[in-house]
Design a binder for this molecule. Structure first.
Ligand code: SF4
Ligand code: SF4
Length: 281
């Protein structure tokens, strides 16, 4: 039977930066519209794979001079080509061993309930698993106060896709290293629109780990002129904050503590700010 070690080795050959495994029991209690079982009832293991958003893809946004590098290499092509190709090839590797492997793209929750249930008791399409929950359940890291998933290797700089398989494998241990988010508040301070409120919190419990996250005003984030963009897949989806001032500040704060730091020397991602009308502050 295929082992985790064999899958990890193949993932390394495919250029996958992060990989984690969670057995089905870690998803007990998920609502049907987010439950992996609603997609693949016989699944035994979830495998989450991540590839790096290059620090350099954020450089143009940090300088305020070009945003296309992130849009292509850190977002669209990374999701649609680089991570997707690695996911497809790992799916092929698992299926070549005789197990079914179901690839799942990180679509926004906004595409839930776009159809009708095909039989009583089934959720309406589209079921969309919770990738933040999955990343914690697969032992890859934790949620920050900014609500973004943080890994010890890359901070917030990764994009994930998912594989559900009927190959039974043991769960990886949950992350129990040093706390990644130290509640420094730099993400909130960096937003000129005050769209992130770390005082207005929501608590999330994932596999027994508790995370306290601040709240965003998504109406403001969808208009962000500081590097944020509306969700590219659905207008009501979560805005993309990877290149935004709030997340650049978080990357910088984490790097100062050695998280997601470059080996060749750290050039800080800069601060600049615009108001809602695009005036430089
Ligand atoms: S900037 Fe600080 S408070 Fe905000 S998510 Fe990052 S580490 Fe946490
Ligand atoms: S995405 Fe833009 S508007 Fe939203 S919190 Fe970040 S910097 Fe502020």
């Amino acid at each position: 039977m295929l082992t985790k070690e064999q899958i990890r080795a193949r993932a390394g050959e495919l250029g996958i930066d992060l990989i984690g495994f969670a057995a089905k029991d870690r998803f007990e209690g998920q609502p049907p519209e987010r439950d992996p079982k609603s997609i693949f009832a016989e699944f035994e293991t979830m495998i989450l794979i991540g590839r790096m958003v290059p620090r350099g893809s954020l450089r143009g946004a940090a300088e305020g001079t070009t945003f296309a590098s992130y849009g292509n290499f850190g977002c669209k092509m990374l999701d649609d080509q680089f991570v997707a190709t690695a996911t497809y090839n790992l799916v092929r590797f698992i299926e070549d061993s005789g197990y079914e492997a179901c690839p799942i793209f990180p679509n926004p929750f906004a595409i839930n309930n776009m159809g009708v249930p095909v039989e009583p008791g089934k959720p309406a399409p589209n079921v969309t698993p919770d990738f933040d929950y999955a990343a914690v359940a697969c032992g890859l890291g934790e949620l920050g106060m900014n609500g973004m998933f943080l890994s010890p290797e890359l901070g917030p700089r990764q994009r994930f896709q998912m594989i559900l398989t009927d190959l039974p494998l043991e769960s990886d241990p949950l992350y129990d290293g040093p706390t990644l988010c130290d509640r420094c508040g730099k993400c909130m301070e960096a937003c000129p629109l005050h769209a992130l409120d770390l005082g207005k919190t929501e608590t999330r419990e994932i596999c027994g780990k508790v995370f306290v996250c601040g709240s965003y005003d998504n109406t403001l984030c969808r208009e962000c002129l500081n590097g944020g963009t509306p969700n590219r897949l659905h207008p009501k989806g979560e805005p993309d904050r990877m290149a935004a001032a709030c997340n650049r500040a978080c990357i910088r704060a984490l790097a100062e503590r050695g998280i997601g730091k470059m080996n060749t020397g750290f050039v800080p991602l800069k601060d600049w700010q615009k108001d809602r009308k695009g005036r430089v502050l």
